[in-house]
Design a protein around this ligand. Sequence first.
Ligand code: SAH
Ligand code: SF4
Ligand code: F3S
Length: 456
Amino acid sequence: MRFVNSFETKIKKIVKEKGLTYSIDTMGCQMNENDSSKYMGILESMGFTKTTSDKANIILFNTCCVRENAENTLFGRLGFLKQRKLKEDDVYIVVVGCMTQQRHILDKIKSSYRFVDIVLGTNSMSLFPEKLYNVLCLSRKEIEYIDVGNEIEEDIPIIYEDKYKASVSIIYGCNNFCSYCIVPYVRGRERSRKPEDILKDIKKLAEKGYKEIMLLGQNVNSYGNDFEEKYNFPDLLKDIEKIDGIEIIRFMSPHPKDFKDDLVEVIKNSKKIARQIHLPLQSGSTRILKEMNRKYTKEDYLNIAMKLKNADENISLSTDIIVGFPGETEEDFMETLDVVSKVKFDQIYMFIYSKREGTRAARMPDFVTNEEKVKRLERLKKLYEDNLPKLNEKMIGKTYNVLVEGKSKNNKELYTGRTSQNKVVIFEANNDKIGKIVKVKIDSEHLWYLKGVIEE
Ligand code: SAH
Ligand code: SF4
Ligand code: F3S
């Protein structure tokens, strides 16, 4: 389905007359951020300008429901806005994103937060202009539940805040139903974008000077499973590799169960695919992985990690780990630590298990105390951080290609960028180098970043 904004002219007129603005609060993952870029694209194509939430006319919340405290955060922020909504004219509150696909959230908004103007689901962005028009001009409320459906919305305008790297969604939804996870319920079933639509978007970005592309999906390597003709994730990567101007290709997240040898081969032979692969582990215990419905074992995971390291020793691995899944014993947790000490991840996103109503794990008995879960998280963190300097030290004395992103936030004299392994590096440079790929020789490590010198 192609996005057509038949309300553009009408809304533009009102926006111009009143000088309307918007703010956007992105609360979730990279896919949520990508959706926010599209909301920005739609709003700015109608003339709205971006400002802060205390001044904006349209205040948009792009919600996430992966973690327990997310609901409190959203309702806290909405409560805070009630006074503004009551006192000022032309203040409109919009709630979009994953939480809006949960009926209990909608019920709560309808009963206790009636000042919200628009609620829109995760796959209904093309309805946004019409809803906005109804709210702005007809003083209607637009807060009905919309099913996720199977449509793919193409050609939605998009605005990236970054000038040299951009993310591109390649597959929406998820079919995996990991037992702890709410995402399949709020994002619907897997649907792959057509390769020609993806390649067209990336070519456009390359023409605009973008150098780095992040391909997004809940499970990128099941890309193409829904096509009649064979065209899979490795095929897509090979086609993107051919696009001139794009120099770095990243993707997240691949699922270990679908990480086949053809993908390892494409990564090995590619000049552009980043030497960093994000491979979510979740747990190192085969027993817990089964309970999680992850469909791979500890050994399967270690095997893929080894194949990647054998393909190129410069490949670094990052991962997601959940501690305290229902029934996780000390032995199970030790298996997780064992994988961490074997694989030596460069980055770990660590989560304490949080119960999501409606998922299978929410009905599993959970005997692990919260105190014990926090202790396990600390132990995992320590193991990871103790090993990190050793990984960083291996990079000292070597030269890496770095895309210069701009001035360093903490040290305004220096510039910052990332290596292909996604390691932050800071170094002396000048403004001409921003957006370019330079060679940096690493001379010291500082746990979360490296320092180096540009080699001419
Ligand atoms: N599709 C991605 C994950 C998206 S959610 C994948 O399969 O890797 C991002 C991360 O949040 C997950 O990898 C998981 O580690 C964490 N997560 C998801 N649900 C969770 C829950 N109920 N409790 C704790 N962490 C959770
Ligand atoms: Fe959630 Fe699993 Fe799907 Fe990732 S693969 S989004 S963890 S159900
Ligand atoms: Fe992402 Fe949160 Fe939705 S992690 S997919 S924004 S539930």
